[in-house]
Design a protein around this ligand. Structure first.
Ligand code: PHE
Length: 337
């Protein structure tokens, strides 16, 4: 018995020393200390000893078991300490990682503001595709076949009959083709023009179109609606004027100007010394347009207007270069949080 105890003690010690991982350590524990392990087998064997032999053998066996257990605990602590050097525990005292929080783009914010004002006047919001037919973009809007806007210089043609829309006015056509009057809607969206890129013009920009068609719609209503909008959007003490203009799809046509808020109307670089800033185009829907889409121009009248969203935001926030809207420079975007 004594001999066996010494043998097991030596074997255990060397196997424990070789264990390099908790898994290996546990294998050694099972081999020696589990119910079927070799130490337990010795306890079993003790039952066969004589009464006289038992007390001494029991003492020695208990000592062996204690020796094995304390060696196991010491080795376990050693392995754990080593692995914590390789994979350090999380330092809970470190400050957390800050993820940058985005904000709405200034164009989205400007459009949202425009939308909410017109919604409060009873306008709904509609949209149409950016790839348009020549018919909707030009033909139905009363552009003559030789109108300069159809020129390859201004329009991105995709095929002979399809193009990237140059304005949101074709959505007027779609709305009128699919609905009966009264129609009162604004139509925001992207538009494309084949123009030289500069601080004032870009190949892509956004517009909001407005359309109101019904019986007895008047120019006075057009003016009243746009003046109310401009005062709400730009400020209530704003001065404005309507200037006669020309669009193929409206008759009469006008452009709305507001006093330059940079110089207060005295004249500066932004308003090109005129004291006025143009904010939108508008007019009464041309009877020819009603004929094209099948409304009776004797019965139905209407007004339309359109404004550039970039231009509107540039005026309101004093932005001087249209390209900054599309650069995605975080320093520009952050100014409008
Ligand atoms: N579509 C015109 C443009 O792009 C703007 C406009 C819309 C003018 C509606 C009158 C009526 O310049």
């Amino acid at each position: 018995m004594e001999h066996k105890i010494l043998e097991i003690r030596a074997a255990y010690k060397s196997e424990i020393n070789q264990a390099a991982s908790l898994k290996q350590l546990d294998e050694v524990r099972i081999k020696f200390l589990s119910r079927n392990g070799s130490v337990s087998a010795l306890f079993e064997e003790m039952k066969t000893l004589t009464k006289e032999q038992k007390p001494l053998a029991g003492k020695e066996l208990n000592a062996l078991r204690n020796f094995c257990e304390s060696l196991f605990i010491a080795k376990k602590e050693e392995i754990e300490a080593q692995s914590s050097i390789v994979a350090p525990k999380i330092d809970l005292s470190l400050p957390g990682v800050n993820y940058p929080v985005g904000s709405r783009h200034i164009l989205t914010r400007t459009l949202d503001e425009i939308k909410s004002i017109f919604k409060s006047y009873g306008f709904s919001v509609s949209g149409g595709p950016e790839l348009e037919s020549d018919f909707n973009n030009f033909e139905a809007l009363n552009f003559q076949a030789d109108h300069p806007a159809r020129d390859m210089q201004d329009t991105f043609f995709v095929t002979k009959d399809f193009l990237l829309r140059t304005h949101t006015s074709p959505v007027q056509i779609r709305l009128m083709q699919n609905n009966k009057p009264p129609i009162r809607a604004i139509m925001p969206g992207k538009v494309y023009r084949n123009e030289a890129v500069s601080s004032r013009s870009y190949c892509l920009f956004h517009q909001v179109e407005g359309l109101y068609v019904d019986k007895h719609v008047t120019f006075a209503e057009l003016k009243g609606t746009l003046v109310a909008f401009a005062k709400e959007f730009y400020g209530s003490n704003l001065k404005y004027r309507f200037r006669p203009s020309y669009f193929p799809f409206t008759e009469p046509s006008a452009e709305m100007d507001i006093t330059c808020f940079i110089c207060g109307g005295k004249g500066c670089r932004v308003c090109k010394n005129s004291g006025w800033l143009e904010v939108l185009g508008c007019g009464m829907v041309d009877p020819n347009v009603f004929v094209k889409i099948g409304y009776d121009p004797e019965e139905i009248t209407g007004y339309a207007f359109g404004m550039g969203i970039e231009r509107t935001a540039m005026l309101k926030y004093g932005i001087t270069d249209i390209r900054t809207f599309f650069d995605n420079d975080i320093r520009f975007l952050n100014q409008f949080k």
